[in-house]
Design a protein around this ligand. Structure first.
Ligand SMILES: Nc1ncnc2c1ncn2[C@@H]1O[C@H](COP(=O)(O)OP(=O)(O)OP(=O)(O)O)[C@@H](O)[C@H]1O
Ligand SMILES: [Mg+2]
Length: 250
């Protein structure tokens, strides 16, 4: 089966500073992956490379078997990669309302304006913030802004949803509700998830698989319930000490 995502020996440096030298992993369609590792190991960089917002120095990135980046060459533009991303800093347009922000995320759906509006409202409702449709981001709390960014990403019906620590401002009750909505949305619309998080509860609550980056390479990769049996990385060892294995998703 062709993987949805494949990183083949991807290297990335900023100037003389190497982030990683050899990152390789695959994601099969429908498998939700947590991307884990210490701060600064390159998790956001992996998402930006996959989204086409940065280019690797070497290596290949494939989406659905199609080469999208080859060494430093971008072969498929970001807007043609059929993915959506919630950035760590959210990247909302400050002068647009929540509804307008979400509608911008749907440009590629080629719907009439009324259809886009209805779908954008429905996406805001999925994230529990339809009442904020006419507010600008600065008129919303940080947690509400995170949900606007999530609504924008979901509304575009991507094949691949990249989430960069999108839940850090939310309380456990809202997170639980959002997890259910995201899971339903992913199943209904065939969306595959790649979630960056430092939080064991988020990773195990939303993801079936994990990729762990440590010291510039993939330290562990597999089903969470498998890698958590004998964790080799610092981060997964810390998860095991926090959570009983009976709570892990199979
Ligand atoms: N545009 C940039 N220019 C120079 N260095 C950068 C740039 N973006 C990231 N870096 C560096 O690359 C490394 C990886 O950054 P990245 O943001 O991917 O880490 P991360 O794993 O997402 O960290 P965190 O968990 O803190 O968000 C860091 O050392 C960072 O300083
Ligand atoms: Mg980051």
């Amino acid at each position: 089966m062709t993987p949805l995502v494949e990183f083949r020996s991807v290297a990335k440096a900023f100037g003389n500073e190497k982030v990683f030298e050899e990152i390789s992993f695959t994601i099969v369609e429908g498998e939700s992956h947590a991307l884990l590792g210490p701060s600064g190991c390159g998790k956001s960089t992996v998402l930006r490379l996959l989204a086409g917002l940065d280019q690797p120095n070497a290596g290949k990135i494939l989406i659905e078997g199609k080469l999208v980046s080859d060494d430093a060459k971008c072969l498929v533009a970001p807007h043609e990669r059929q993915l959506a991303m919630v950035f760590q800093d959210l990247a909302l347009w400050p002068d647009l309302t929540a509804l307008e922000n979400v509608m911008l995320g749907m440009a590629q759906l080629k719907l009439a304006r009324s259809g886009r509006r209805a779908k954008a409202l429905s996406s805001l409702a999925t994230c529990g913030i339809e009442n904020l449709a006419s507010r600008k981001p600065r008129e919303a709390s940080v947690g509400q802004q995170q949900r606007i960014a999530l609504a924008r990403a979901l509304a575009g019906r991507p094949k691949l949803l990249l989430l960069d620590e999108p839940f850090s401002g939310l309380d456990a009750v809202i997170k639980r509700k959002l997890f259910q909505e995201i899971e339903t949305h992913c199943v209904n619309f065939g969306i595959t998830l790649l979630l960056v998080t430092h939080d064991s509860w988020e990773a195990t609550g939303l993801c079936s698989h994990a990729v762990v980056i440590e010291d510039g390479h993939v330290a562990e990769h597999g089903r969470l319930c498998d890698v958590l049996r004998q964790p080799a990385s610092i981060i997964l060892r810390s998860f095991v000490s926090q959570w009983p294995s009976s709570l892990m998703r199979s």
